[in-house]
Design a protein around this ligand. Structure first.
Ligand code: COA
Length: 187
C-alpha cells in the first residue's frame, strides 16, 4: 500500500463523497449524508489520501478568527474502513498540523459523536474534551404543543441539541439520542 496525501481537486468529488459515506456508515454519523462536497469561504485545508488515484481518506478543515486569534475547525476526517488503523488518518492529520503552523493557528476544534474509535483517536492526537451535549431525535414536541402550522403540514419528528444530563427525563418521545463531544487541541 502506497498512500499519498494530496490537495482535494474538484474532479475527485464523486470519489470523495463515496469515501465519506462509507467511512461514516458504521459510525454514529451514518445518517450525516451529503451529496455535494462542502465549499468554504475562508482559508481551508482540503486533503485526500490516495491509493493508486482512489480516495481512501479525506480531511476538511477551515481557519477562523475568534477575538483576533486564529483557530481551526476540523470539519471532517474519515478513512475507508479497510484502510483504518494503518496510519492514514495520522498522515492526513500531520499534514494539517504543517498547514496550521504556517497560518499561526493556536487551537484546533473538532466535534464527534459516541464512537469509541474516533473519540480515542482524538485523545491520542493530544485533543482534550471541552464540552459535551446530546443530539436527540423525538417523535413529538413537548406535550405535543405543535406551533401553528399550515393544514398541509404534519409534524413527524424533531431534532434537538440538549444541554442537560438525561434525555430520558424530557417530556418528549425520544427515539434516538447520541452524545456529541467537542475536543480542542491547543498549539
Ligand atoms: C478516526 C479515523 C479518521 C482515524 O483514522 P485511521 O487511519 O484509522 O487512524 P490511524 O491509523 O492513523 O491511527 C490509528 C492507530 O493505528 C495504528 N497504526 C497501525 N499501523 C500504523 C502505521 N503504519 N502508522 C501509524 N499508525 C499505525 C496506530 O496505533 C494508531 O494509533 P496512534 O493514534 O496511537 O498513533 C478513522 O478511524 C475513521 O475514519 N473513522 C470513521 C469516521 C469517523 O469516525 N471520523 C471522525 C468523526 S468526526
Amino acid at each position: 500500500m502506497t498512500i499519498t496525501i494530496d490537495s482535494y481537486q474538484a474532479d475527485l468529488e464523486k470519489d470523495w463523497l463515496k469515501c465519506r459515506l462509507i467511512s461514516f456508515f458504521e459510525t454514529d454519523y451514518y445518517d450525516d449524508v451529503i451529496i455535494e462536497k462542502p465549499h468554504y469561504d475562508g482559508k481551508s485545508v482540503e486533503l485526500v489520501a490516495l491509493d493508486d488515484n482512489r480516495v481512501v481518506g479525506l480531511l476538511d478543515a477551515e481557519m477562523n478568527e475568534d477575538e483576533g486569534v486564529t483557530y481551526c475547525d476540523l470539519h471532517c476526517i474519515a478513512v475507508l474502513p479497510q484502510f483504518q488503523g494503518q496510519g492514514v488518518g495520522k498522515l492526513l492529520f500531520d499534514k494539517l498540523m504543517e498547514e496550521t503552523k504556517k497560518h499561526g493557528v493556536k487551537r484546533i476544534e473538532v466535534w464527534t459523536r459516541e464512537n469509541e474509535n474516533a473519540n480515542n483517536w482524538y485523545l491520542r492526537q493530544g485533543f482534550k474534551q471541552f464540552m459535551e451535549y446530546w443530539h436527540v431525535w423525538s417523535e413529538s414536541l413537548p406535550s405535543d404543543e405543535v406551533p401553528e402550522l399550515p393544514a398541509s403540514l404534519r409534524l413527524k419528528g424533531a431534532f434537538w441539541h440538549y444541554l442537560g444530563d438525561n434525555p430520558e427525563t424530557l417530556n418528549i418521545k425520544v427515539y434516538d439520542k447520541r452524545r456529541c463531544r467537542g475536543y480542542e487541541l491547543l498549539l
